[in-house]
Design a protein around this ligand. Structure first.
Ligand code: SF4
Length: 343
């Protein structure tokens, strides 16, 4: 069954798969970069970011030599910024511990920050043509359906079954084409909604199709109430400059520049202004909006505060007055960019 499964996928990929993605080269740096960008983001969104990132940091040495701020500025808009920070840290490790050459060994690759089992395997398979099984979100969906595996694919016991299948179905050769085939099938045929089963090379023996469970598999994640939090963003403006603070490197928007934020229960705007010796000449309360993170939903109320004089006390390290136009191309989260673009 394994040989037949992989043979069908490989033949299908050669004719119907994707062959013109910019990272389809035997270069570990490019494959690694694309795999990290694609972890939470779709191909169509990734391509322009990938191209700009590569133009700025054409190789591992250039990435390692950049500052975290330069890296995050090129990541800005892609979200899940820990990916960009880990990529940067890993590049520095490659330079200092591996003479600047991306390691070839799976066991060494998986030790690098931000690289899990499936990503390490994808790099080994695509860049080094090594026989390794991958199990990203798309592959989980394909295998859950094809093998008829029930249960949320993030649950440990389900994941174990999926890894067993992924290993068992691996072909003896042509692993790079096979890996690309699985990725292409998940992205273009066995999609989350409305899979094109009649065009699928696996339709003859797909368990989900033959037991009429395509719409049910993979089993959705059990619903949990998402905690809600509230915060106020202080948009302190002096002329055309805005005040931004650099976030600590851990936590949401780690290492990015944001307006001062007052979390629920941490006092009121007036207290903040008083503590920092800020005198406001105009205050505008802007409409609240929400942003959903992986583990909670944040309701943000932006308050525009115009100051006549720059307060001397708000001048600590890791914070600055910056022209709004300049801030738009700095390392800031997308929602801060969209707020600033309205000022
Ligand atoms: S037959 Fe349909 S459900 Fe089964 S693997 Fe192919 S596209 Fe997915």
């Amino acid at each position: 069954m394994a040989g037949d499964f992989s043979a069908r996928l490989i033949s299908w990929q050669r004719v119907h798969g994707r062959h013109d993605l910019p990272w389809q080269v035997r270069d570990a740096y490019r494959v690694w970069l694309s795999e990290i960008m694609l972890q939470q983001t779709q191909v169509i969104t990734v391509i322009p970011y990938y191209q700009r990132f590569l133009a700025a940091f054409p190789n591992i040495a250039a990435l390692a030599a950049a500052t975290e701020e330069q890296v995050l500025a090129h990541w800005s808009g892609l979200g899940y910024y820990a990916r960009g920070r880990n990529l940067h840290k890993a590049a520095q490790i490659v330079v200092t511990q591996h003479h600047g050459e991306f390691p070839h060994s799976f066991d060494t690759i998986i030790e690098l920050p931000g690289i899990g089992r499936s990503t390490a395997a994808a790099i080994c398979a695509l860049a080094f043509h090594e026989r390794r099984a991958i199990l990203d979100g798309n592959v989980k969906r394909v295998l859950a359906r094809y093998c008829g595996i029930e249960g949320w694919t993030g649950a440990k016991n389900v994941e174990v079954q999926l890894w067993q299948q992924a290993e068992a179905l691996l072909p003896a050769s042509d692993v790079a084409t096979y890996t690309q085939a699985l990725m292409d099938l998940g992205a273009t045929i066995c999609t989350r909604g409305k899979p094109k089963c009649c065009e699928c090379p696996l339709h003859a023996d797909c368990v989900a199709l033959h037991t009429d469970r395509v719409a049910e598999l993979p089993t959705p994640r059990p619903q949990k109430a998402v905690p809600e939090r509230h915060a106020t963003f202080l948009l302190l403006m002096h002329g055309s400059e805005v005040w931004l603070e650099k976030r600590p490197s851990s936590g949401i928007w780690g290492g990015l520049w944001c307006p001062p934020q007052i979390d629920d229960g941490q006092g009121i705007v007036q207290d903040y202004l008083h503590r920092n010796g800020i005198t406001v000449s105009e205050r505008v309360d802007m409409p609240e909006f929400s942003h959903t993170f992986t583990h909670f939903k944040l309701h943000i109320t932006p308050v525009l505060l115009r100051v006549a004089h720059k307060p001397s006390r708000v001048q600590q390290a890791g914070s600055l007055w910056i022209e709004v136009n300049e801030a738009l191309s700095a390392a800031i989260p997308t929602l801060v960019r969209s707020l600033l673009s309205k000022l």
